[in-house]
Design a binder for this molecule. Structure first.
Ligand code: 13P
Length: 287
């Protein structure tokens, strides 16, 4: 069923596992993630950035596609359609179209404006039973053309935002979107522990899930992280598998150029990546 992330993540935080947020880009991506979640009885969050929403046609297309797949494929586990790094207007549009969860990323505003805008989004969302993710401190790296420098969050600002009634909170703790550089210092667990302490029982979100070592993921979960965002890793797996198919000349044999054949290895690669993450995050059989 299509749900907000609130109950799903309160349960995860209580039982000390995390639910994977996997970004979607098209039908193959969405189908691969939904089927993997169903096969492994895991709850799942489909993350959709504004750029990916636009690429697929728009908010209504995304909602229609996800709902159609869930019905046709008999997907019974809890699924959320979640706007990833939404702008103020984007969050409103997503809510109107039927996304069950939105992130309003006000981290680039000063804290007063972030608070003001987050408050308004929470009010609109609560009327519709939609969950809201807010962000404090920025996540480093580049996503959809937005470059973040990776500013570690201030725990007192995290408290101010979480006290507004957000369902979940993303905080920059040295995490980066995309691949991690060789000289990456790792996650700042002292800050994460402080944030977890002051934000009471608001589940925390770890962005930039690609390439974070297993022990760090487990430690983050033990310190209140209940949602982990993964995007680049599925993209890399899809690209590698597709390249392998083409480099082996398989598209030139018989009807190997048929998109249903051409995209199949990439589809399977996404499934494998998603399953590995669900195992690591501990969400299997929790759906
Ligand atoms: P990665 O692309 O690094 O996995 O990050 C995904 C993310 O945080 C989406 O919000």
């Amino acid at each position: 069923m299509l749900v907000s992330v609130k109950e799903m993540l309160l349960k995860a935080a209580k039982e000390k596992y995390a639910v994977g947020h996997f970004n979607i880009n098209n039908l193959e991506w969405t189908k691969a993630i939904l089927l993997t979640a169903q096969e492994n009885k895991s709850p799942v969050i489909l993350g959709v950035s504004e750029g990916a929403t636009k690429y697929m046609g728009g908010y209504k297309t995304v909602v229609g596609m996800v709902k159609g797949l869930m019905e046709d494929l008999d997907i019974q586990i809890p699924v959320a359609i979640h706007l990833d790094h939404g702008s103020y207007e984007g969050a409103i549009n997503a809510m109107e179209a039927g996304y069950s969860s939105v992130m309003f990323d006000g981290s680039h505003y000063d804290i007063e404006e972030n608070i003001e805008k987050t408050k308004k989004i929470i009010k609109m969302a609560s009327e519709k039973g939609i969950s809201v993710e807010a962000e404090v401190g920025s996540i480093g790296g580049e996503e959809d053309g937005v470059i973040g420098v990776g500013e570690v969050a201030d725990p007192s600002q995290c408290k101010a935002i979480s006290d507004l009634g957000v369902s979940i909170l993303a905080a920059g703790i040295g995490n980066i979107h995309g691949k991690y550089p060789k000289n990456w210092k790792g996650l700042d667990f002292d800050v994460l522990a402080k944030i977890n302490e002051v934000t009471d029982d608001v589940p925390l979100v770890l962005h930039g899930g690609t390439g974070i070592p297993e022990e760090m993921i487990k430690k983050a979960i033990s310190l209140g992280v209940a949602k982990i965002n993964v995007n680049t890793e599925c993209q890399l797996a899809f690209a590698e598998a597709t390249r392998g198919y083409i480099e082996a000349g398989k598209d030139l044999k018989g009807k190997g150029y048929d998109p249903r054949k051409l995209l199949a290895p990439g589809f399977e690669a996404i499934k494998k990546t998603v399953k590995e993450k669900m195992e690591l995050f501990g969400s299997i059989n929790k759906g």
